[in-house]
Design a protein around this ligand. Structure first.
Ligand code: NAP
Length: 486
């Protein structure tokens, strides 16, 4: 039998088929009109929660296969989809954002629906979704910033990248974040690509950002910024940094910002890696990029981004706001990174920690180390047993790692398993259409047509100033443009 199809039946056998399936979303296709023989196509309904890259790639994997008939609802809390492509990717990286074209192509499939402005836990809960759909895929990302756990972290001017990044990207929940920019030096903790994004946004020429889709409130604040120096502090050495080499190399292209790295730190890292049996390609490329930067003389540009190594944050100092950060000096001793006991204090008015993220908790779902407890994307319960029909993808599944493209192969593998599971199940789960339930609750659902009104309005607003778009940043304004609220 072709998976997803109930075996050919005669009209006389229909009740038997129906008794096997608790509820079937029937699409009866008469193959041999008049002969009384046909096929009952079972269409499986799948809900994906979270319209970020992992959610879209999961939808794409489901819709690209032709063995199992599916319909996909992509459910999103905000009125706008695209997740981190809209609220995470740095505005000066428009090429990365071009993946949105892939998402819009997925959306064009008639078997796909966007149900945005629908919040899990408020407008609908997980138990209900599990009765509306044959499978539910949690693609809820990881948007809670990990904290440093050091004194002074709650002072004004101490922020997490989980606040700063969505602030400059116009996420409606972060429009009002207090970002004091009346300071000359910012320190960024962490040696990953997010730290690099944060440093660039703080220390590049604001007029370069004015050509991007950066949120208008952030652009206005950055126009008044006094920040001249962004110091990225890594707690380990250059060979352990999580940046990607292309991000490092791009630093040398900044017109008005010098990139600075201590040459000795790079020489030491190169000599340490000589003992390694094999230096992984990404480490080798990073070390080459670090070396190039360290050998490029500073040109006395207006601003600078410096990367320092072996510095671990100990305390943020200040009365009412950040005045300095104390960092312990680490060293490579006997093959391990150790705290030397010594420290340095860097005067600064802004500290941004970019040390990773965890997933927001969800009632009824178990978490391990900040991600959903799962085995290859199948969600596990408290006793480690798989929960039928519940899956996860993206950062919610594997933690905050990988670039956007990583989600494609990852989601595809999980969706393959999902399809195998649902087609081998005795009973079909899905009952009535979620939209009917949402409508009865007065939820103003933003579907594709309404989202495209928002999208079109934003792009049109950007045209006069040759910007890709001007983002609408308040939920009410989005819903008004979408035609949901008057
Ligand atoms: P990340 O790559 O995991 O980097 C986190 C950094 O924080 C690491 O250097 C880590 O150091 C450091 N760290 C963790 N805890 C710390 C602590 N308590 N004190 C000091 N340092 C600490 O995370 P991310 O930068 O948030 O990026 C997340 C993912 O998004 C990554 O896969 C990244 O590549 C991706 N991303 C990609 C792009 C792009 O392609 N342009 C842009 C942004 C993000 P240790 O190694 O010592 O733990």
């Amino acid at each position: 039998m072709v998976p997803g199809f109930v075996e050919s039946f005669t009209f006389g056998g229909l009740p038997e088929v129906l008794s096997k399936a608790r509820w079937i979303w029937p699409q009866y296709r008469s193959q041999q009109a008049g002969s009384g023989v046909g096929s009952l196509i079972v269409t499986y309904r799948i809900a994906i929660i979270g319209a970020g890259p992992a959610g879209y790639f999961a939808a794409q994997a489901l819709l690209n296969q032709s063995e199992t008939p599916v319909e996909v609802d992509l459910i999103e809390r905000l009125p706008t989809p695209w997740g981190l492509v809209r609220s995470g990717v740095a505005p000066d990286h428009p090429k990365i954002k071009s993946v949105a074209k892939v998402f819009e192509k997925v959306s064009d499939d008639p078997r796909f629906r966007l149900l945005a402005n629908v919040e899990l836990g408020k407008d609908v809960n997980l138990d209900e979704l599990q009765t509306h759909y044959d499978a539910v895929v949690l693609s809820i990302g990881a948007d809670v910033g990990r904290t440093l756990g050091i004194p002074g972290e709650s002072l004004r001017g101490s922020l997490s990248s989980a606040e700063f990044v969505p602030w400059y990207n116009g996420h409606p929940d972060y429009v009002d974040v207090d970002v004091p920019l009346d300071v000359e030096r910012a320190v960024i903790i962490g040696a990953g690509n997010v730290a690099m994004d944060v440093a660039r946004i703080l220390a590049v020429d604001v007029e370069d950002l004015a050509k991007t889709d950066i949120a208008d409130h952030a652009l206005a604040a950055l126009r008044g910024s006094r920040v001249k120096e962004a110091i990225i502090c890594a707690r380990r050495g250059p060979e352990h940094a999580a940046f990607t080499a292309s991000e490092l190399r791009d630093l040398l292209d900044l017109e008005t910002t010098d990139a600075v790295i201590d040459a000795d730190a790079v020489v030491d890292a190169l000599s340490r890696t000589e003992d390694w049996p094999e230096v992984p390609k990404d480490v080798r490329q990073n070390l080459e990029a670090f070396k190039t930067i360290s050998e490029t003389p500073s040109k006395g540009k207006e601003r600078r981004i410096e990367i320092r190594f072996f510095l671990a944050p100990r305390e943020i100092k200040g009365q009412d706001r950040v005045e300095a950060i104390v960092l312990g000096i680490n060293a490579f001793i006997d093959g391990a990174i150790k705290d030397t006991g010594a420290s340095i204090t860097i005067p600064c008015g802004l500290v941004v920690s970019a040390v990773g993220y965890t997933t927001k908790s969800l009632p009824g779902v178990e978490f391990v180390k900040g991600a959903i407890r799962n085995e290859e994307g199948q969600v596990l319960d408290a006793s480690g047993q798989p929960i039928a029909g519940l899956y996860c993808v993206g950062w919610a599944k594997r933690g905050p790692s990988g670039v956007i493209g990583t989600n494609k192969s990852d989601a595809s593998r999980v969706m393959e398993q999902l399809l195998t599971d649902i087609t081998s199940r005795e009973e079909k789960m899905s009952k009535d259409d979620l939209k009917v339930t949402l409508n009865s609750r007065g939820v103003g659902v933003v579907e594709l047509e309404q989202w495209r009104k928002i999208n079109t309005a934003e792009i049109a607003a950007g045209e006069p100033s040759s910007r890709p778009r001007i983002k609408i940043v308040k939920t009410d304004d989005m819903l008004r443009v979408a035609g949901i609220h008057g």
